[in-house]
Design a protein around this ligand. Structure first.
Ligand code: GYE
Length: 310
């Protein structure tokens, strides 16, 4: 290929790039699609990919990153399960001169030099968009009176859980203080099983809930099972807004069981591989790369379903 002849040691050039990718886990449909996208794009780009699944445990991700450092990969990318506690291992990567890219989720650190770029969605904005979708859903349902919201939070300490709650609350506090109230809020760990279990408990303690805001589709799908088991109609007795837009979410929406979905795109692979190449070549890259997304109401679900890519 045309890039040959520029081999400059570990800097890349004609050499095959080795990328170490430390994935969060396989907790949701979103994650499955994200993993597929990363693997396919690495293959397409001709990189050697070292991939690990941390099963939603930070200590597993830290060991995976350490092993990538020991193996002297060219670039490390990872999707941090929680926001805090990364400085030590990222300093080790820095000392070893291995650039780190954050994908999907962000971290909290006082040292900005510990990663070169962060590619992924704006979760606070997704929270705001979820509140805006709820406004539309309530108007469409002709809902009158108190809005008693149950919130299924994502993994405790994870950026999407913190920020999706924050963005939603921002709109609620600013514009709906008198009529909306989050009456129960708990983590369902972004899983179907978690959503099902926590929703069952919510319905026991607060049988008058009339809205569910779920931080992802999988928890909404689990919750739907508990709502039905309690003899209620999801999408009618309990209006549901969730985030992601995975296929199963769209199916439930086309069946009238979810009222609106805020899209969060997991197909980050191709953009990530471009970024890896630039970083490996020593180019300066954008510090923050945001993904473009849409919002969907129930009446758009059927038409959109055949075109869903994940
Ligand atoms: O929304 C959820 C997944 O970090 C954006 O993680 C991601 C979230 C996604 O488990 O389904």
């Amino acid at each position: 290929d045309s890039s040959s002849g520029s081999d400059s040691g570990s800097g890349g050039g004609g050499k095959k790039i080795t990328l170490g990718f430390a994935q969060v886990g396989s907790e949701s449909g979103w994650r499955t699609a994200n993993t597929k996208s990363v693997k396919a794009a690495a293959k397409e780009a001709g990189y050697t990919l070292k991939f690990s699944d941390a099963q939603q445990k930070q200590e597993n991700q830290i060991s995976a990153i350490r092993s990538y450092i020991a193996q002297k990969v060219n670039v490390i990318a990872f999707s941090p399960v929680v926001v805090t506690g990364w400085d030590a291992v990222l300093k080790e990567a820095k000392t070893a001169k291995i650039p780190v890219i954050l994908t999907d989720r962000s971290i909290e650190t006082s040292d900005d030099s510990l990663y070169v770029s962060f590619i992924g969605s704006d979760f606070t904005d997704e929270g705001r968009r979820a509140a805006r979708m709820l406004e539309k859903v309530l108007a469409k349902a002709g809902h009158k009176g108190a809005v008693k919201i149950a919130q299924l939070e994502g993994t405790t300490g994870a950026a999407p859980a913190i920020e999706r709650a924050k963005g939603f609350k921002e709109v609620m506090d600013a514009e709906h203080k008198d009529d909306w109230k989050v009456v129960v809020s708990q983590t369902g760990d972004f899983t179907r099983a978690g959503g099902k279990q926590v929703m069952a408990a919510f319905l026991q303690s607060n049988p008058d809930i009339n809205v569910l805001y779920a931080h992802n589709d999988d928890m909404a799908l689990g919750a739907i099972q508990s709502i039905e088991a309690a003899g209620k109609k999801p999408g009618k007795d309990i209006l549901i807004v969730s985030v992601d837009g995975v296929k199963d979410g769209f199916v439930a929406m086309s069946e009238g069981k979810i009222n609106a979905i805020v899209e969060c795109n997991p197909l980050l692979g191709p953009q990530l591989m471009d970024l890896v190449k630039k970083v490996n070549d020593g180019e300066t890259v954008e510090r923050r790369i945001k993904t473009e997304e849409g919002d969907f109401m129930q009446d758009e679900a059927k038409a959109a379903l055949p075109d869903r890519k994940y």
